[in-house]
Design a protein around this ligand. Sequence first.
Ligand SMILES: NC(=O)C1=CN([C@@H]2O[C@H](COP(=O)(O)OP(=O)(O)OC[C@H]3O[C@@H](n4cnc5c(N)ncnc54)[C@H](OP(=O)(O)O)[C@@H]3O)[C@@H](O)[C@H]2O)C=CC1
Ligand SMILES: CC(=O)N[C@@H](CCC(=O)OP(=O)(O)O)C(=O)O
Length: 401
Amino acid sequence: MSTSVFNSVYLDGGCLCKGQVKFSTLRKRNEHRQCVVRSAALSTRSLQIRNSKQEKEARVALLGASGYTGAEIIRLLANHPFFEISVMTADKNAGKSIESVFPHFISKKDLPVLVSTNDASFSDVDAVFCCLPHGTTQEIIKGLPRKLKIVDLSADFRLRDISEYEEWYGQSHRAPDLQEEAIYGLTEIFRKEIKYARLVANPGCYPTSIQLPLVPLLKANLIAYKNIIIDAKSGVSGAGRGAKVANLYTELTEGIMSYGVTRHRHVPEIEQGLSDVAHSKVTVSFTPHLMPMSRGMQSTIYVEMASGVTTEDLYQQLKVSYENEEFIKLLEKGVVPRTHDVRGSNFCYLNVFPDRIPGRAIIISVIDNLIKGASGQALQNLNIMMGFPENTGLHNLPLFP
Ligand SMILES: NC(=O)C1=CN([C@@H]2O[C@H](COP(=O)(O)OP(=O)(O)OC[C@H]3O[C@@H](n4cnc5c(N)ncnc54)[C@H](OP(=O)(O)O)[C@@H]3O)[C@@H](O)[C@H]2O)C=CC1
Ligand SMILES: CC(=O)N[C@@H](CCC(=O)OP(=O)(O)O)C(=O)O
C-alpha cells in the first residue's frame, strides 16, 4: 500500500472532486472517484445519494447504527472528507430511516436505510465499524469478507486469554482464531500495531480512561503494581440505548449508583493492559458508578508511588509521554479535570495530585465515554488503519456547558 498523502482538487467527468487522496489498491474500482452512478442495481434512494454528492475515498458499513455509539460515528463522519457510510444496520429498528430513529439526523438525507445485519451486503465496502452488543459480534465478524478493515467497539476481542473472556462474559468465544489476530486499539499506546491491523478491538470506556494515565507510569516503574484503587463514574449512555429499568430517569436522577461491585467485566481488560507494560501481574480494585448525566466519565485513581518517587515525577512522566499527543491533555498543576470540558470531544484530560498520605498520589482522568471511550477512538483507529491522518474528523471542540 502506498503511503503518499496529498491534496487534490480536480475536475473529473464534469464533476468537481476535492479531497485528500491517499493510497493504493483499495479503490481499484473507483480510481480517483468519478462522480457518476455506475450500478443499475442501486436502489432509487442509493441512486439519489450517489447523484447528490461526490464519492469519498473509502466506504464503511456501520453495524449497530441505531445505537448510541453508532449515532456518534454518524455524527463524526458527517464532516469526514474520506469516509462515506454506505451500509447501516440495526436489529429491532431494521427497515427504518435513520432520522426516524434519531430525529437529530433529520438533515442527513444521504444515509442508507437501516437493514438487518444478516441482510447487509459488504461487497462494496472497505471498512466496518461494529457497534453491536458483546456476544453478538464474534459470529458476525467471523462471517465478514477478509478484505475488510474492522474496528469492533464491543468487548468481544479485547481479552487475549479466551478462558478469561469465558469466565468474565459467561459465554464461550466463537471466534478464537480471530482473537489471535485482533490488535487492542488503545490508540496512543498501540499506534504502530494498529496501522497494520485488520481487526482492532476498541477498548472499553473505563479501560481507556484508566490505562491512559497508568500505562506510562507503570512502564517507567514509578508506581507500585499493587494497591491501585480506581473509583470511576459514567454517564448513563455508557449502558447503551436499550430500555432497562435501572436506567429510567426516576431510578437515576438525584442519586449515584455503584454497580459491578467487586466484579465488573472491565477488570480483566484493565489488568491485562497494565500487567503487559509492567511485565508483572498488576491488580486493581475497581468500582464503577452510574451518574445522573447522559455522557462523560471520570476515573479517580489512587496509587502508591515507588520508593523515592514524588508526585512531580509522575507529572513529568505524563508530560513527556503525552506532550505530542493531540487528544491527551495533562492539565496545569493543580487544575482538576472535569467531564464538562471533554464532552463531545475525543480528548482525555489528566492530572495528578499529591495525596495527604505520604507516598501516595491521586490521578484524575476524564473522557467522554461515547467519544474517546468509544466512537472517537474507533475513528482514530480506522483513520490509522486506512492511512488517513489520525485526527481526521475528530477536530470538534468540546460542548460546554
Ligand atoms: N455506550 C458506550 O459508552 C460504550 C459502548 N461500547 C460498546 O459498543 C457497543 C455498542 O454500544 P451502544 O451503541 O452503547 O449500544 P446500543 O444498545 O445503544 O446499540 C446497540 C446496537 O446494536 C443493535 N443490536 C442489538 N442486538 C443486536 C443483535 N442481536 N444483532 C444485531 N444487532 C443488534 C441495535 O439495534 P436496534 O436499535 O435496532 O435494537 C443497536 O443498533 C457495545 O458492545 C458496547 O458495550 C464501548 C464503549 C463505550
Ligand atoms: C454505564 C455502563 O453500563 N457502562 C458499561 C460500560 C460501557 C463499555 O465500555 O462497555 P464495553 O466494555 O461493552 O465496550 C458497563 O458498565 O457495562
